[in-house]
Design a protein around this ligand. Structure first.
Ligand code: PEP
Ligand code: MG
Length: 575
């Protein structure tokens, strides 16, 4: 029997082995010795002033160091591809940023040595970025990376970077900058595990692009010493240390079999016992809808309409909007299509719909709330959707609202949708709607759980913050209990409950959601086959057992552990 002796803060230890938990980002398993890389610690500020006659030369040295960093990053950008190239270019422009440089030179002119001036000014910029939050907060790792490179050059040291091993390794790091990530060779670096970072951080984005199994926000990792053999499971978000070579090999074989299964899977979505589970797609336009249809999606579960209008300064006419929606309908004639009305605001500002200045935009005028200021926006959008559906002769069109938090909002929205002959639903992504799910279901015909925001608002953790990834994990027991509560309400009131947040794209969690009573899952086209293949492996009885097992979990790592136990996954480790 597996000895489940200690589980606290992302760490489980037994006599035989230790398991460390993080946030899984890129699927895949690797077994190799660990190599560590850490950001250098920043030298302490010295109080010594530069004599006046040295200041001009110090400014020149700083300019030269910064120019060299720009040139080196630009050179690497020119050799990289895709997202890595774009990010290296962004870092290069940060090192060239006139405001940053001007502030540093100003400090040096006052007598602050260039290393200290670079540190102090960078920290000022970092705190400004953090105050702005969201995407800007994620740029702080890039800024600090630029800082460390410039300081290394000023001190005559080589620029910091990832060591180049001569054999395959799994790379552990406190955090990795895009510049670190860009040069990683997937045949040498078999997996990445970082203590910081989030699923939307650069580490994650580039790891996905390179197809390197990856886990972020793995706490207590520093207990694992360089050279130790570790098994990194990027699907489960676990790092196993102390596992035998034989067990590791059987897990690698199992992973290979699983991948074959995914390749071979063809829809429709159903459990092993034949129970249907509608597998729908999250799309942004006609093009992605067509892609979704080609990989076996049974319909659209979420069309994020705000993504069609991120560049629009003024409100597009009803006819222009209609022309945007029609291609998405055309990709799925006769199948379910759920259109979500504008979720403008917060991390998706739509120029014509979003308020400019808000202290806390994620808690502000976002989603359906934008209609409070300008109800015509919603009316025009619903008219456009109805016109698109009518022009293609559709019998049924589902329309749902984002960020619904009160019953009157839901009732008002449902009335507007019904008046236009369409089927109204709401997203459940605010805890108030989850808690009162049963009452909300009296007013709408379906609900779809947005687990990205439901987790953000339940855990009070900015979903974009790289430092809060473990809170932003939909496996958090509080989020799972809320989802189960909504699913129970759906069963009681006979209301279809879908999930369209990222949780639905996690194959293991997908089984749990279905076990709770969720009837459809909507995922990005890239995740569809993996979810479908996983569902086909388990019966409803097993899915229900997994759903029951997860509700009493202690933390997100324990939740994953319980489900794997309930489903008998990775039983080799438990023997
Ligand atoms: C969600 O919040 O889970 C969701 C699907 O909406 P979005 O990610 O677009 O906010
Ligand atoms: Mg949302």
């Amino acid at each position: 029997m597996y000895l489940y002796s200690f589980c606290e803060g992302g760490f489980v230890s037994t006599e035989q082995q230790s398991i460390y938990y993080g946030t899984p980002v890129v699927d895949g398993i690797a077994y190799a010795p660990v190599i560590w890389t850490r950001r250098p610690s920043v030298p302490a500020l010295s109080a010594v002033d530069l004599p006046e006659y040295e200041r001009a030369a110090a400014i020149e040295r700083f300019e030269k160091a910064a120019d060299e960093v720009v040139a080196r990053l630009e050179e690497r950008a020119s050799k990289a591809t895709g997202h890595a190239a774009a990010l290296l270019q962004i870092n290069a422009s940060m090192a060239g940023d006139p405001a940053w440089r001007k502030n540093i030179k100003k400090q040096v002119t006052r007598g602050i040595p260039p290393v200290q001036a670079t540190m102090a000014v960078t920290e000022q910029f970092v705190s400004n970025f953090e105050r702005l939050g969201g995407i800007m907060a994620q740029r702080t790792i890039d800024l600090r990376d630029v800082r460390d490179r410039v300081i290394a050059r000023l001190e005559g040291r080589p620029e910091p970077g990832v060591p180049q091993p001569d054999h395959p390794v799994v790379l552990f790091a406190d955090d990795l900058s895009p510049a670190d990530m860009a040069g990683l060779d997937p045949s040498k670096f078999l997996a990445l595990v970082t203590e910081l970072g989030g699923p939307t951080s650069h580490t994650s984005i580039i790891a996905r692009q390179k197809g390197i199994p990856c886990i972020v926000a793995a706490r207590r990792l520093s207990k694992i010493e360089e050279g130790t053999y570790a098994l990194v499971d990027g699907r489960a978000g676990t790092v196993h240390v102390g596992i035998t070579q034989e067990d590791a090999q059987s897990l690698l074989d199992e992973d290979k079999r699983r991948r074959q299964l995914i390749e071979q899977w063809e829809g429709p979505g159903r459990l092993k016992d034949g129970t249907p589970v509608a597998l729908l797609a999250n799309v942004r336009d006609g093009l992605t809808a067509t892609e979704a249809a080609s990989v076996g999606a049974e319909g659209i579960g979420l069309l994020r309409t705000e993504l069609c209008f991120l560049e629009s300064i003024s409100e597009p006419s009803v006819e222009a909007q209609q022309a945007v929606y029609e291609p998405a309908f055309e990709a799925f004639p006769g199948s379910k299509v759920v259109i979500r009305t504008l979720d403008a605001g917060s991390d998706k500002p739509v120029p014509y719909a979003t308020l400019q200045e808000e202290a806390n935009p994620a808690l502000g005028v976002r989603g359906l709330r934008t209609s409070g200021h300008n109800p015509d926006l919603l009316i025009h959008q619903l008219d456009a959707i109805a016109a698109a559906a009518k022009s293609l002769g559709r019998e049924e069109t589902h329309v749902m609202a984002p960020m619904v938090s009160t019953l009157p909002e839901a009732k008002w929205f449902a009335g507007l949708v019904r008046e236009r002959g369409m089927i109204p639903g709401i997203m459940i992504e605010v805890p108030s709607a989850a808690l009162l799910a049963e009452q909300f279901m009296e007013h709408v015909d379906f609900v779809s759980i947005g687990t990205n925001d439901l987790t953000q608002y339940t855990m009070a953790a900015d979903r974009l913050s790289p430092d809060l990834a473990e809170y932003s994990d939909p496996w958090q027991p509080a989020t799972l209990n809320l989802i189960a509560h909504v699913a129970r309400a759906g069963i009681k009131t006979n209301t279809p409950v879908g999930v369209c947040g990222e949780a639905a794209a996690d194959p293991l969690l997908a089984v749990v959601l279905v076990g709770m009573g969720v009837t459809s899952l909507s995922v990005s086209p890239a995740s569809l086959k993996a979810v479908g293949a996983q569902l086909s492996q388990f019966t409803m009885e097993q899915a229900k057992a997994a759903a029951d097992a997860v509700l009493g979990a202690w933390d997100q790592g324990d939740a994953r552990y319980r489900v794997r136990q309930a489903l008998g996954i990775n039983h080799q480790l438990d023997a």
